[in-house]
Design a protein around this ligand. Structure first.
Ligand code: ME8
Length: 645
């Protein structure tokens, strides 16, 4: 069966912000996931260009409405193209085909007796393009949805018999408990319908910027109500009312929307479809809002964050990962650079990037970059079972749009990989002359990473492509079938070195740091330090101690520095993507060989220094007395990068 995934079509009254990017990222991820599984998938996005709101925005900008719509629509399309959003069609409601399709639908509903002409007197909110009965207004005047003031409008109007579909809608919700996702959102919709549906005004005479009435009605005073026009995009994009070849994709599998427009999609839209005798979508997925300092981010409030700015600073795939991982589907989330940086450093750089780095390092050292999975099953059934059970659990999360759970589970694979390395310590096995065991662990971890990359590819398509290149395989429906469904292992292959995927981010990269951020400006900290240092007894605050980042490191390589009596050059694994180079004055006390594969304590946030022309990116903790120097080490082996403090 084919799949059809949609985003809302975005109003062209302002450029995209990260809320729009979020919906688009989720939909794009689902579409890519379906394609990975080999499903014939159609993914639609586009812009909503009619209605009073757009007309007014164009006037404010002193532009003809169409020109204004063209310009803003292009900014959305260009942004999605830059972000490599894999849409199959970008629809605009000013497209001629769309307008014809809407007119056709109007005729069908009218002929069926579902549309009739009457008068409407009510309170209209231009921002929401919605009428409200007086009983629903806040303080008798303000819009219950956006809080703006409404105006009284009396117009001749065509009405859609929404009330007729009350029972059918309630039955549909009851028979299809997964129609609205997350399920917790269904009740508000059901209660709204149970409260009684009023027929819906579906034309306007007070302005002209909308789809004209069908000629057969011979009533050009009216234009279509923007929500009727907009909702129908989901079928006109497939050719409804024109060339209907793509209508085979209908009904939609997943229609993603923000919770602000759930009612339109879960009540009006299914009722329109029933009237048109078309099947209803399988799922409407309503996600929460991105807020800024606790307030919904919106174009009209002007408190928006530009997705382009964030992606220029941090990379679009890091942003995608962050948004999909950070917030449980359906809930609101506050955007902060600090949270984004934390996820980049800990999950992307430490967990994922580091694993690839370890595979490259170990395979290079032990087997000239050649990996063979032949012995993996012999030594690693425990890890393979654990890995398969994680992989089997993933589909259910994606089907219910819970990208945060999907990624959370997926990350368990990296723990399995990193833990296997710690437990089986291939470097020890190499020393004990158990090369096949050491290589089996390296191959296991390469397989873990390969499988994880296949499943991560819908979220981070580019990054996982680079990982696949490093591991010498291709991510596509074939590898999905073999590695995920059939649970096969990769055959003999060569590892390729690639540049670091996720350089660590030490400081916020965007100037305008959201207010809610906990990171204080650096200067404040320094000043505080000065004051405290003038104390007679030199006591420091605990916070000052924690300004020093101390970490456990594993020495991977060590060599003497020629012409230096004191210095050794070490490569120390701190659980980061790349080992750090540390130049230490310990040559008189330690031989390089005695240090490899031992652990040390490292000051990890010192500014890099140059010693005899070599960069040193850390300092080892050591104790020195008249008997000489000894390194300070953890009492028991600890994972590289474990914080000390
Ligand atoms: O409503 N957080 O268009 P729109 C998360 N044209 N998502 C947000 C968001 C936020 N702060 N702000 C907006 C319309 N969105 C209509 C839709 S569909 C037939 C017509 C996202 O430009 C979210 O998906 O106001 C929301 O539903 C959509 O943008 C609204 O975009």
């Amino acid at each position: 069966m084919s799949k059809y995934i949609t985003t809302p079509i975005y109003y062209v009254n302002g450029e995209a912000h990260i809320g729009h990017a979020y919906t688009t990222f989720i939909a794009d991820t689902i579409a890519r996931y379906e394609r990975l599984k080999g499903e014939d998938t159609f993914f639609l996005t586009g812009t909503d260009e009619h209605g009073q709101k757009i007309e007014e925005s164009a006037q404010k900008n002193n532009k003809p409405t169409q020109e204004f719509a063209d310009e803003i629509s292009a900014t959305f399309k260009n942004l999605w193209d830059e972000f490599e959003i894999s849409y199959d069609k970008f629809i605009r409601t000013t497209d001629e085909e769309h307008k014809r399709g809407v007119q056709k639908a109007f005729e069908v509903m009218y002929a069926k007796g579902d549309i009739y002409k009457d008068f409407y007197e009510g309170h209209y909110c231009v921002s929401c393009e919605t009428f409200f009965p007086e009983t629903q207004l806040t303080d008798g005047e303000f819009c219950p949805d956006c809080g703006r003031s409404t105006s009284v409008v009396k117009e001749e109007s065509y009405f859609f018999k929404l009330s007729k579909y009350e029972d059918a809608l309630l039955k549909y919700y009851a028979d299809n408990p997964d129609f609205i996702l997350p399920r917790s959102r269904a009740n508000e919709v059901i209660n709204f319908v149970k409260g009684g549906l009023r027929d819906l005004s579906v034309t306007r005479t007070s302005f002209t910027w909308g789809v004209q009435m069908p000629e057969s009605l011979n009533d050009d005073k009216h234009v279509m109500y923007v929500w009727l026009d907009a909702l129908l995009n989901y079928v006109t994009a497939l050719g409804y009312g024109n060339d209907e070849a793509n209508m085979s994709y209908w009904p939609a599998t997943a229609q993603l929307v923000g919770k602000d427009i759930l009612r339109f999609h879960a009540i009006y839209w299914p009722a329109f479809l029933m009237s048109l005798d078309l099947p209803l979508p399988k799922h409407i997925g309503a996600h929460g809002w991105w807020t800024r300092d606790g307030e919904k981010m919106s174009k009209s409030k002007g408190n928006v964050i530009s997705p382009k700015e964030v992606s220029d600073a941090y990379g679009v795939e890091n942003l995608r990962y962050f948004m999909l991982r950070e917030v449980p589907f359906g809930q609101d989330g506050d955007f902060s650079q600090r949270a984004l940086i934390d996820r980049i450093n800990s999950e992307l750089s430490n967990d994922l990037g580091n694993l690839l780095n370890r595979i490259i390092g170990m395979s290079g050292k032990y087997s000239d970059f050649e990996i063979d999975s032949v012995d993996v099953i012999k030594y690693h059934t425990k890890e393979i079972d654990a890995m398969n059970s994680v992989l089997d659990s993933l589909d259910a999360f994606m089907q219910s749009f819970q990208t945060h759970r999907y990624l959370e589970e997926l990350w368990k694979l990296f723990s399995i990989g990193n833990k296997a390395i710690e437990e089986h310590a291939p470097w020890v096995k190499m020393k004990e002359d158990k090369k096949d065991e050491a290589l089996a662990t390296v191959a296991l971890v390469a397989n873990v990473l390969a499988k994880a990359s296949v499943m991560l590819s819908p979220v981070m398509p580019r990054t996982t492509q680079t990982i696949a290149e490093a591991l010498n395989f291709t991510i596509d429906n074939n590898s999905y079938k073999e590695l995920i469904l059939e649970k096969k292992l990769l055959k003999l292959f060569n590892i390729k070195k690639v540049p670091p995927l996720f350089p660590r981010v030490e400081e916020p990269l965007m100037n305008e740091a959201p207010k809610a951020e906990p990171n204080k400006p650096k200067q404040e900290k320094k000043e505080q330090k000065k004051v405290d240092n003038t104390e007679k007894d030199n006591l420091i605050e605990i916070g000052q101690f924690f300004e020093t980042s101390l970490k456990v490191g594993t020495v991977i390589e060590a060599e003497e520095v020629a012409k230096s009596k004191k210095l050794l050059k070490l490569q120390v694994d701190l659980g980061e993507e790349q080992p750090r180079q540390v130049v230490a004055g310990i040559k008189e006390f330690y031989s390089p060989e005695s240090l490899v594969d031992t652990q040390v304590c490292v000051v990890a946030n010192l500014k890099p220094a140059k010693l005899m022309g070599m960069i040193s990116e850390g300092m080892l903790l050591a104790a020195k007395d008249e008997d000489g120097l000894c390194l300070v080490r953890p009492e028991k082996p600890k994972k590289a990068g474990t914080p000390i403090g």
